[in-house]
Write a protein that binds this ligand. Sequence first.
Ligand SMILES: [Zn+2]
Ligand SMILES: [Zn+2]
Length: 244
Amino acid sequence: MPLFASPGAGRLAEILAGVERWLLPAACLLCREPVPAREGDRLICDLCRLRWQAVPHPLCDRCGQPSSRGLECRLCAGWPPGLSRARSAVWLEGSARDAVHQLKYEGWSRAAEAMAESMKGLEPLTGQVCLIPIPLGRRRQRVRGYNQSERIASALAGRIGRPVRTDLLQRVRETRTQTALTPEARHANVAAAFGAAPASGLELVLVDDVFTTGATLAAAAAALVDAGAARVEAVTFARAVIDL
Ligand SMILES: [Zn+2]
Ligand SMILES: [Zn+2]
């Protein structure tokens, strides 16, 4: 008999909810202030979310980097074809950086909910798109226990009513961590890192936590376009502040 079919099921669900509440921190993950009861079991309070700095317009049409109109963008000029547009919700600084850290390294996968909330209005998330989380290498996923991009994609899917597809894009080669690499070296590091299943005619939006130089997103998009995708765009929660 299924666990929840018994007459005591409601009571059991109540107990489980109570246990989860007890396991959750009583305070906001970022500012450590108590989360008001009206915000339910949120991990990140509204005040912290409001402090995140949106990436200011005008933006480069393609990569979404703030730019002066009329000047050639120095960030995406060297991108391979494939990724047609990328947009990020907030700058990677202050408590937005803390939120990414909590999601990636502290095991708070539900921090993805607050991130998705700030991303749901990004331009690529319109029309009949499927969401594609950037896959992690197998080793990294084993260590972390989950893929942070997949958590963000599912949280977004619930908000915009579009499906997540994890069957289309695979990482076929483990890559070195990108942190210490120059933009050129990043493109070389991730080239041919991804493989894609047939994606004929699909409109796809890649989902990732952080946009740094766009190298990973561009490589993933190139693989999907090779596999027949009609259009590949990308959204990330945060965007790293980089000197160009
Ligand atoms: Zn807070
Ligand atoms: Zn650009």
